[in-house]
Every structure is written in structure tokens, then in C-alpha cells.
Write a protein that binds this ligand. Structure first.
Ligand code: NAD
Length: 252
């Protein structure tokens, strides 16, 4: 408890899945959480559920692919809290299909939600994170940012981009001496509303679990716990690192 006491944290994609689990863990550890998501209905439910764990949490409906909405969200956080300690760039999605079936629009939307969003969040939150003196950014990549898979070209390109963007940002922050640490997380197969329909298919589940040494899907809280660690002062010497949470998949 209290590993994130008095921290102000913005989590994107916080209305569902890994983002929601992270928001709950952050609140349990004493953080004041700002939930960001474009889904207004789910966002309202998520904020209400956080009410069980402390007070002062807020929700901001915004689309992480839109620059003007980032500007407004950060301005709202600045006027409400005057600082930001943690940014978790988590929002994302994947459309899994062959390159031939991938339209330029599919490609661009996948890059926008998974990679442009991380750039925009970093770009606009940085001044507030620097003001805190000990800021932390955790970027959501995937094992697909480390090793490729078929029918995931745009997603792999975006998540691999997140991996090196994270390291580039970490180096820039270290050089600037602004106190901001930047790390990425790389989950394997996590059971969330995004993946549940696919995992409910016994053939797909068997195929995925066959190459997962731990032999089961991850729970969103198992990713959230790694994010708590990276965001906390316990990880004070970690920057530019990648933390893999994949049940052993990429160890093979
Ligand atoms: P999810 O669909 O359960 O949650 C994603 C949330 O992001 C949703 O609430 C959605 O509304 C929000 N979102 C999507 N696009 C947005 C936008 N443009 N602006 C604002 N909010 C937006 O998915 P999840 O499985 O929890 O995935 C979260 C992140 O984890 C994603 O970046 C995903 O690529 C990554 N990831 C997931 C897995 C997995 O197996 N589930 C594995 C590796 C990485």
C-alpha cells in the first residue's frame, strides 16, 4: 500500500482492460488517478468504480489520436492539479489481418492510436511531469514490439515504434536532467475485453496457449502490477528499460 502516495497519474485507455486494472491498482497504492478514454459511457462506470478506492479521482473524455484534445486534457490537469507525476500511455488496439487486406486507412489508424498517441502524450505532458521533479512515463508496447507475428504488420510496426520512442525519450530526459524516467511494458496474451472474443474461440486459445510456457493467459492486474512498479520511486534507477510480461513466450 501507498507505493504511489500523493502521486497524480494520468492513464489513457483507462475505461477498460489493462488501463482500468492499472487505474484501480494506482488508486489502491495511494495515487490520485485521472482516467482518460474516448468511451464516455465506460469512463463514467470506471470513475464510479474508483470511488470505492479513495477520493479525488477524475475522468477526462478525450481521443488520444487528436492533438487538440491532448492540449485541452493537459490544460485541465494543469488548472486542477498544477502538476503531473505519472503518465501511462496505454490506449491502443490491434486489427489483425494480412498486409494485402490492410488498407492505408487501417494502417494509419493503427499507427495513430498506438504510436502517435504516445508521442502526443509525451510531448504535451512533459512540462507538467518535469514540474513534479520526479516524473515517470510508462508506455504500452507488446511482445509484438519485440518479436513479429503474422497478420499484425501495422500493430507490430506501431508497438516496435513505441519501444524505441521510449528509449529515445528516456535518453533525452536524462540529458535534460528533468527527472523524468521513461520505460515500456511488453505484455503477451492478456485476457481483456479487447481479446476475450478471440480467446473464447477454443482453436485460437489452444494455438496461443501452446506457445505460452506458463500455459495460461495473463490477468490485467498482472500487467498493472508491473506498471505500478515502473511508475513508483522503487524504479528510480530504471529508464529506457523494457519490461516483458508474457508468461515466457519471448524466452523461447
Ligand atoms: P481494451 O480494449 O480492453 O482497452 C483499451 C481502452 O482504450 C478502451 O477503453 C478504449 O476505449 C480506449 N481507447 C482506444 N482507442 C482510444 C483513443 N483513440 N482515444 C482514447 N481511448 C482509446 O484493451 P486492452 O487489452 O486493455 O489493451 C490496452 C493496451 O494494451 C493496448 O495498447 C494494447 O495494444 C496493449 N496490449 C494488450 C494486450 C492484450 O493481450 N490484451 C497485449 C499486449 C499489449
Amino acid at each position: 500500500m501507498n507505493r504511489l502516495l500523493n502521486k497524480i497519474a494520468l492513464i489513457t485507455g483507462a475505461a477498460s482492460g489493462i488501463g482500468l486494472a492499472t487505474a484501480r491498482r494506482f488508486a489502491e497504492q495511494g495515487a490520485t488517478v485521472i482516467l482518460g478514454d474516448r468511451n464516455e459511457a465506460l469512463l463514467g462506470q470506471a470513475l464510479a468504480s474508483l470511488g470505492e478506492i479513495g477520493t479525488g479521482h477524475r475522468a477526462i473524455r478525450f481521443d488520444v489520436t487528436l492533438e487538440s484534445e491532448w492540449v485541452d486534457a493537459i490544460a485541465e490537469i494543469d488548472s486542477t492539479f498544477g502538476r503531473l507525476d505519472i503518465l501511462v500511455n496505454n490506449a491502443g488496439f490491434g486489427k489483425f489481418q494480412s498486409i494485402e487486406k490492410t488498407t492505408l486507412e487501417d494502417w494509419r489508424s493503427t499507427i495513430a492510436v498506438n504510436l502517435d498517441s504516445v508521442f502526443l502524450g509525451t510531448r504535451y505532458a512533459m512540462p507538467l511531469l518535469a514540474r513534479s521533479g520526479h516524473g515517470a512515463i510508462v508506455n504500452m508496447s507488446s511482445i509484438r514490439g519485440l518479436v513479429a507475428g503474422p497478420n499484425a504488420s501495422a500493430y507490430c510496426a506501431a508497438k516496435a515504434g513505441v519501444r524505441l520512442f521510449t528509449k529515445a525519450t528516456a535518453l533525452e530526459c536524462a540529458q535534460a536532467g528533468n527527472g523524468i524516467r521513461v520505460n515500456s511494458v511488453h505484455p503477451g496474451h492478456v485476457e481483456t475485453p479487447l481479446t476475450a472474443p478471440a480467446y473464447a474461440n477454443p482453436e485460437i486459445a489452444r494455438e496461443f496457449l501452446e506457445h505460452t510456457p506458463l500455459g495460461r493467459f495473463a490477468k490485467p492486474t498482472e500487467v498493472a502490477d508491473a506498471i505500478v512498479f515502473l511508475a513508483s520511486d522503487e524504479a528510480s534507477y530504471m529508464t529506457g528499460s523494457e519490461v516483458v510480461i508474457d508468461g515466457g513466450i519471448t524466452a523461447q
